[in-house]
Design a protein around this ligand. Structure first.
Ligand code: 6YU
Length: 500
């Protein structure tokens, strides 16, 4: 093992932190993390809304059970509520869709009976399940999940709902529009028409009912970082370009050029920047440029926006047991997940709210969810404009013109220059090969140059847990392990010679 290998990690999100910890624990002594911003954690970011702790970025541990490294770390550090630790919670297998208690309000100011929407919701979830069963085999009937769902609903509704009265039927279709918008948030995409049907099933869920961090997700970052050697992270240190395959200095094949012009030489660089950043800056971030097959995968994979709008009230206007509020527009029976005029009606893209629980901890706080270009437009508006739009929306749907939020706070992930969106999804035409290309180190296998010069981690490089915190952690460990096994497979004499 060469403790002397000089390793630079770009990005101090959880994947970079996971890689740095694994390497330092294995005895590597020259590991440096370069982070563009003034903080660690990246898309794990805890903020405040008045006295409340709120998550600006990642919210839940998806599938908190033994197979989830985030759950295991959080448990080890004592960061979870006792309820999340129970065997019952870990055993619940909800396939990515927690069975939340809903309240439904419609655009004519009525509170609907959620039971009345059962046929529409049942059909929708059945189709989402079917969408995940194509497994990139080719020959799938539609290119996108959106195309498949719409077409199937039309066919099945004609048969199964033929005896339903027109109003009830229309309401089912409006509910499906609302669910499509919710699914855009889950997938971090503008529209399900952009999510590839063949690759949709690549995403795997873990058992366990999603749980949160009572003290904030960033508590996990603090714990993990406290175990890194002091001084290993350089903040406010954006990287401009990774020069790999250096020909003149063969003993240090990579030079990392920073924004201030400083050049850092390295044996290996682990790139963990978000896919959104990579899509925008790949041409300047790598010299020589990324190989074409890798670039095409960067382009084919999707990276969209999902934002939150937290709203605090003096009292609840939803039921005490309610966990999610769906907003159903009565003019949306065409199964739409995009609005026709983004500037004027962006707020129609907000599918609804999740309720922050338990009430004793948070008071009356909702989290609104909005994805896509409408969400990107929302980011450009002033806080007053967003507050006004949300207030009008809630007054309209509840039919109560006096409801007034106490505080509002929104996230702005698309305009974050180091993230450029929220998280990745498989775009149309994507396959498992694209995710494999994403994680392939440079230079490609078989090259005569020094191996493992540039490695790639981060959520968008995980083959089945992309878009999640646990996917990011596992990707960081994977690339650290790649280097660890590289050095353990070369003989000590070779290793020492190459480092002296
Ligand atoms: C999860 C959840 N969650 C909500 C929202 C967001 C995300 N996720 P990082 O970006 O963290 O780090 C990179 C660093 O690099 C960063 O610090 C940069 O500043 C730095 N950098 C960039 N350029 C640089 C340069 N040039 N030089 C130096 N440094 C540079 N995940 O598990 N549970 O509830 C949510 C959610 C609003 C925005 C989420 C959630 C995603 C995670 O936050 C994310 O994956 C990881 O934090 C990424 O870590 P990283 O290290 O890779 O990058 C059925 C089905 C369909 C499939 N999808 C379903 C899954 C649902 C996903 N759920 C998301 C939901 C929410 C609500």
């Amino acid at each position: 093992m060469s403790a002397n290998a000089n390793i630079v990690i770009i990005g101090c999100g959880i994947s970079g932190i996971a890689a740095a910890r694994r390497l330092t624990e294995a005895g590597f002594q020259r590991v440096r993390v370069l982070e563009a911003t003034a903080r660690g954690g990246g898309r794990i970011k805890t903020g405040r809304l008045g006295d409340n702790i709120v998550e600006i970025g990642a919210n839940w541990i998806h599938g908190p059970s033994e197979g989830n490294p985030v759950f295991c770390l959080a448990r080890q550090y004592g960061l979870l509520d006792p309820e999340a630790l129970t065997p019952e919670n870990q055993a619940m297998d909800v396939g990515g869709h927690p069975p939340w208690v809903p309240n439904v309000f419609s655009s004519s100011g009525r509170k609907l009976n959620a039971e009345d929407l059962h046929p529409g919701l049942e059909m929708f979830f059945e189709l989402m399940h079917e969408s995940s069963e194509f497994h990139s085999q080719g020959g799938e009937p539609f290119a996108s999940v959106g195309g498949f769902v719409r077409s199937e609903v039309k066919q099945r509704a004609a048969e199964m709902w033929k005896d339903m009265d027109a109003n009830t039927r229309s309401l089912q279709l409006c509910a499906i529009s609302s669910m499509l918008k919710a699914e855009c948030c889950v997938n971090g995409t503008h529209s399900l028409d952009e999510v590839g049907l063949g690759a949709f099933g690549l995403y795997k869920t873990l058992p366990g009912l999603d749980c949160t961090f009572p003290g904030g997700y960033e508590g996990l970052i603090k714990k993990l970082m406290s175990e890194l050697p002091s001084g290993s992270v350089a903040y406010n240190w954006p990287v401009r370009c990774v020069h790999w395959n250096n020909t003149e200095k063969r003993e240090t094949p990579v030079t990392v050029e920073c924004d201030d012009g400083e050049k850092i030489t390295a044996d290996h660089v682990i790139v963990t920047v978000p896919l959104g950043y990579l899509k925008k800056h790949h041409s300047t971030l790598f010299h020589p440029p990324l190989p074409l097959h890798k670039l095409h995968s960067v382009q084919r994979l999707g990276f969209g926006t999902n934002n939150k709008i937290f709203v605090e009230f003096d009292s609840a206007w939803w039921d005490a047991d309610c966990e999610v509020i769906y907003l159903l527009w009565e003019d949306e029976d065409a199964m739409v997940d995009q609005v026709p005029d983004v500037q004027r009606s962006w707020i129609k893209k907000l599918f609804g709210f999740t309720v922050l629980k338990p009430t004793e901890r948070y008071g009356h706080v909702l989290c609104g969810w909005i994805a896509g270009h409408e969400s990107e437009h929302m980011e450009t508006l002033s806080e007053q404009d967003v507050t006004h739009a949300v207030t009008q929306l809630i007054r309209r749907f509840t039919g109560n013109p006096t409801i007034t939020p106490r505080r509002v706070l929104r996230s702005q992930w698309f305009h974050d220059p180091w993230t450029c969106g929220s998280y990745s999804y498989p775009g149309k035409g994507c396959s498992v090969q694209d995710l494999e290309n994403m994680m392939e180190p440079l230079p490609a296998e078989g090259s005569q140059s020094q191996p493992l010069q540039v490695l790639f981690a981060g959520e968008a490089t995980h083959p089945c847990y992309y878009s999640t915190v646990h996917g990011a952690v596992l990707s960081g460990w994977r690339e650290a392990d790649r280097l660890i096994s590289h050095y353990s497979s070369i003989s000590p004499s070779q290793s020492a010679k190459s480092k002296l």
